[in-house]
Design a protein around this ligand. Structure first.
Ligand code: AYL
Length: 521
């Protein structure tokens, strides 16, 4: 059985995404597009569009051409948005790296993506320069100022004409974020302009956009949620995006109060702070109309507590980087849909729910793997046909690795995850990467990593470690070894020593046995 969106299909504009965000420019030119929530710096739509043109001109003048990949490694600021869309306007493809990554992690992404240049900020230069060197990149631009580096404002001074690039939006890649998908290491997710534009108009159909004037962008633009849902959608509807470089509760509350943001996108850990922290009561959050959570499961009771305390609507969406990213969302107008669900299928998408053991298509109320199809799907993983074939089937369905149930009203609940992926505070932690790292430790003979829930109910990476014979190894040593080599969200937070890792006859780690072992504790 195929489940269809209950919404009529929406038309997908054939413009590239950097044009969609400037639709209606003549009316919105003087309106603020971007405000730096920390410094207050404001960029109007007119200034933003001009800057995007200038950056594209500067990139073209420097020899960058259509299809070139350019890295962005920076925190959220108005300059990030200019850089991202300037890269796209030049016909290039942006690969966005996690701001917390180590130099080696950034280098790994830049190398895999074949990036030819990198945009960063002065505060990240230690890591950015090291990463660029490892990846053989010589052009490292800074969004602010740094000695010895060309700055964004130098590039914006370019007087050459903006390049005229013709786009085939269904073919041409716009962004290349990294995701591990259902298995293995992080891979480049090939998202075309059409996939990005599609998801903006698909989700727009489920929102009450007349109630959106100012959107808070605290979720990172390097992640598809921050990039598409917070930034690009808000721009496409002419709202003002107020940026924050990182999450800090008092600053977050101050910015909501000061800029009177009416829509705030979060991941579930922020809801915990909003429900529990005493300082929340000291701020005027009355402008807030919708608090929207995505990227990891939102606990229903927690959401109710936040709703009671703040009085705003709480909504939830679900999706994957590979779907640009939203496949399901609770519509703004549907206060009858339980907040513990992920709501309805977005327009232009169809779903299947498939039996985990038999692959049989299931029906209403039955639990199985969620498969999704629509115009917002990736075209595949970069240079990785095997991983692509394992995720996108020949009928065009993406196998999410998440377990769902769809009820008689078409309301979807995500009830489990069967893929390897671990989510720590909404960030991806690919176990395969940590397992490979653990195996480089001389005292470790074998290792497996799964997600477990800590005392607060937060999902955290746990390592099962088999020490080498005669080795003395402590849990702290294991955790420190990993912590010194990965971004903070990928840290191993629990260690258990085993005599052997359970494996299948073909040598694959039997994660379900490890999960069952956890469940039995
Ligand atoms: P990625 N409930 C449960 N699990 C979720 C949810 C949710 N609401 N959203 C995402 N996940 C998990 O690529 C799920 O396992 O996400 C999914 O396969 O970093 C995985 O996270 C995808 O991880 C929005 C706002 C989607 C944000 C997103 C996040 C998409 C990026 C829809 O409205």
């Amino acid at each position: 059985m195929v489940f269809r969106s209950s919404y009529p299909d929406v038309d997908i504009p054939t413009q590239p995404v950097h044009e969609l965000i400037f639709r209606g420019l003549s009316e919105k030119a003087d309106r603020p597009a971007l405000i730096d929530g920390i410094s207050g710096l404001t960029v109007t739509y007119g200034e933003f569009a001009a800057a995007v043109d200038r950056l594209a001109a500067a990139l073209a003048e420097r020899g960058f051409v259509k299809g070139d990949v350019i890295g962005v490694f920076a925190p959220n600021t108005p300059a990030y948005a200019i850089t991202l869309h300037g890269i796209l306007r030049a016909g290039a493809v942006a690969t966005t790296a996690n701001a917390l990554y180590t130099a080696e992690e950034v280098a790994g992404q830049l190398t895999d993506a074949g990036a030819k240049a990198l945009f960063t900020v002065s505060a990240f230069l230690d890591r950015a320069d090291a990463a660029a060197k490892l990846a053989g990149i010589t052009d490292v631009f800074v969004l602010d100022k740094a000695d010895g580096h060309t700055s964004l404002s130098d590039l914006l001074a370019c007087t050459a004409p903006a390049p005229s690039i013709s786009f085939d939006t269904a073919e041409d890649l716009a962004v290349l974020p990294y995701s591990s998908g259902t298995t293995g290491r992080a891979k480049g997710v090939m998202l075309t302009h059409r996939a990005l534009v599609a998801n903006i108009v698909q989700t727009d159909a489920m929102m009450d956009t007349t109630n959106i004037e100012r959107v808070l962008a605290v979720l990172p633009f390097f992640h598809i949620y921050g990039m598409q849902v917070t930034l690009n959608h808000a721009l496409a509807i002419g709202a003002t995006v107020v940026t924050m470089p990182k999450f800090d509760l008092p600053e977050f509350l101050r910015v909501i109060a000061e800029y009177r943001t009416d829509r705030v996108y979060i991941a579930p850990p922020v809801a915990v702070a909003l429900a529990k922290h005493p300082i929340v009561d000291s701020y005027d959050l009355s402008a807030l109309k919708v608090l929207f959570s995505g990227a990891a499961p939102l606990d229903e009771e927690l959401a109710e507590a936040v709703h009671k305390r703040l009085g705003c609507k709480i909504k939830q969406g679900y999706g994957m980087t590979e779907m640009a990213p939203v496949s399901h969302t609770i519509p703004d107008s549907r206060d009858d849909i339980a907040i513990g669900t992920v709501g309805l299928i977005v327009p232009n998408m169809v779903n299947k729910v498939v039996d985990l053991a038999t692959g049989e298509e299931l029906g209403v109320g039955e639990r199985g793997e969620l498969w999704c199809k629509g115009p917002n799907l990736m075209t595949g993983y970069l240079n990785n046909p095997e991983a692509t074939a394992a995720t996108l089937d020949s009928d065009g369905f993406l196998h999410t690795g998440d377990v769902a149930v769809i009820d008689e009203n078409g309301i979807v609940s995500i009830v489990d995850r069967v893929k390897e992926l671990i989510k720590y505070k909404g960030y991806q932690v690919p176990p395969a990467e940590l397992e490979a790292l653990l195996l480089t430790h001389p005292a470790i003979a074998d290792a497996a990593v799964i997600g477990v829930h800590d005392a607060e109910g937060e999902e955290v990476p746990k390592a099962f470690v088999v020490p080498q014979a005669a080795a003395t190894l402590t849990a702290d040593e294991v955790m420190t070894f990993v912590a010194e080599r990965v971004a903070p969200h990928k840290k191993i937070r629990v260690v258990e020593f085993l005599d052997a890792i359970p494996k299948s006859a073909s040598g694959k780690i039997l994660r379900k046995d490890l999960r069952a072992r956890e469940a039995a504790r």
